[in-house]
Design a protein around this ligand. Structure first.
Ligand SMILES: [Zn+2]
Length: 428
């Protein structure tokens, strides 16, 4: 078999495979329905490639805000940005869904028009089915933090049946001052006058998430604001901090947050709820992604051997380190959501490295991290294409047999996600 044929066969195989989607930020059917009449795909594309457009702008960015860039400069910057993974996602989407072969800054208006007329053939809930069905997305874990963490019950009806939810508890874990605590009291309709009250609320909430059929994991994006170097403070230290905070005094926020995080991790372990953690690169620009380094998590991973830690976004650019964590810690999973969009070529090398070092049941290769099923379909095609090419390369170098490659594809694209989040197929 020629090398190219192997690639094509594997691409066809993954194109038809079911796909598990570990991460989206969808806003539900009602919001999508409201957006559809004036749907502007280009706006969404600009949002997805925002960081790249701004990086392309160089110091021009410092002088002109994004909103004030002329149409002409957006075009110029976008054409530079389209050489990245997001550009490839767009090309694959244009070929597959729109029968358009050329994607450039010049053809984007036409692409936008075609997407608009395509999406307007469907109602919002049909669009979910069409976009996800077409690229094979069977199950989604959604992080719709508009609803979170107060209102678990209301999310169920606003999403298709194949969407599960992950829940962020950040406001409970990191109260900044007594005013914020008052808001939490109102939102949860409960008094919080002691650390014990806050702990009880946290525990009640986590138990409810574990029992509720539509919620399957916890999520934290704390790496946007702090390093992942949680300590193990005593309850007494946490209580001292809490009381100082309540009285408007200077307090040790780290002691309080770390104590509550450890509590959350323990409960998640006890109740078998996977914990999704943002690691690696930050969305946007000028973010300090040193906080995304997953290595400072090691003491936490050692402290909570019963808790499933799902480390997001391949921890890129710390992906090699993440591989070592996946090998050394049975309680770590490697999640490639958003990764192919961020850096498809290094991720292909990385997935190869991981397959050679980490058991293949620990890796999930897709999460679109998008706001609409349209962009997620583009990202799904990208993830499938890149995964296929990695496996083909391993077949061509005799590392895998063709059969190994297909079995591994099934795991990476689909089965590992079902296993990790304990999702039963018969729900269909
Ligand atoms: Zn995200």
């Amino acid at each position: 078999m020629s090398d190219m044929k192997e690639y094509q066969d594997m691409r066809d195989y993954t194109r038809k495979s079911p796909l598990f989607d570990s991460h989206e930020h969808f806003n539900g059917i009602k919001d999508l329905a409201a957006a559809l009449p004036g749907y502007d795909f280009l706006n969404g594309v600009n949002g997805m490639v925002f960081a790249e457009i701004m990086a392309a702008a160089g110091t021009e960015f410092g002088r002109v805000s994004y909103d004030k860039l002329t149409e002409e400069s957006v075009q110029r910057l976008l054409s530079a940005a389209l050489t990245t993974g997001n550009g490839l996602a767009l090309k694959l989407f244009a070929q597959d869904f729109l029968e358009m072969n050329e994607v450039s800054a010049h053809t984007l208006p036409e692409l936008n028009e075609r997407v608009r007329s395509l999406v307007n053939k469907y109602s919002a809930s049909e669009l979910y089915d069409y976009m996800c069905g077409n690229c094979g997305i069977r199950w989604i874990i959604n992080d719709d933090y508009r609803y979170m963490p107060f209102n678990i019950e209301s999310i169920e009806t606003d999403f298709p049946d194949f969407v599960y939810n992950t829940v962020r508890l950040d406001p409970l874990l990191n109260p900044a001052d007594s005013a914020e605590l008052k808001e939490t009291e109102r939102a949860y309709d409960t008094a919080i006058t002691s650390l014990q009250d806050l702990e009880d609320l946290l525990e009640k909430r986590i138990r409810c998430i574990a029992e509720y059929p539509g919620t399957v994991s916890l999520k934290s994006a704390m790496a946007y604001v702090r390093a992942l170097d949680m300590k193990n403070p005593s309850r007494q230290d946490a209580e001292t901090s809490f009381n100082l905070m309540l009285n408007g005094r200077v307090f040790d926020a780290g002691a309080l947050m770390d104590y509550l995080l450890n509590k959350m991790f323990s409960l998640a372990g006890e109740l078998d709820l996977p914990v999704q953690l943002h690691t690696g690169f930050n969305a946007g620009i000028y973010g300090d992604f040193r906080n995304g380094n997953p290595l400072p998590l090691i003491p936490t991973l050692q402290r909570h051997p019963d808790t499933k830690f799902v480390l997001f976004h391949s921890s890129w650019p710390f992906a090699e380190q993440l591989g070592a964590l996946g090998k050394a810690f049975p309680n770590v999973w490697l999640d490639m959501s958003w990764s192919w969009n961020l850096s498809p070529l290094s991720m292909q090398q990385q997935l190869k490295n991981w397959l050679g070092s980490v058991p293949s049941n620990k890796i999930t290769v897709f999460g679109g991290d998008g706001w609409t099923p349209v962009w997620s379909a583009a990202s799904a095609l990208l993830a499938k294409r890149c995964t296929a090419d990695v496996l083909s390369e391993l077949v061509n170098t005799d590392y895998f047999s063709r059969r190994d490659a297909e079995e591994t594809a099934d795991r990476l694209l689909y089965k590992n996600g079902l296993e990790l989040y304990d999702i039963k197929e018969q729900k269909e």
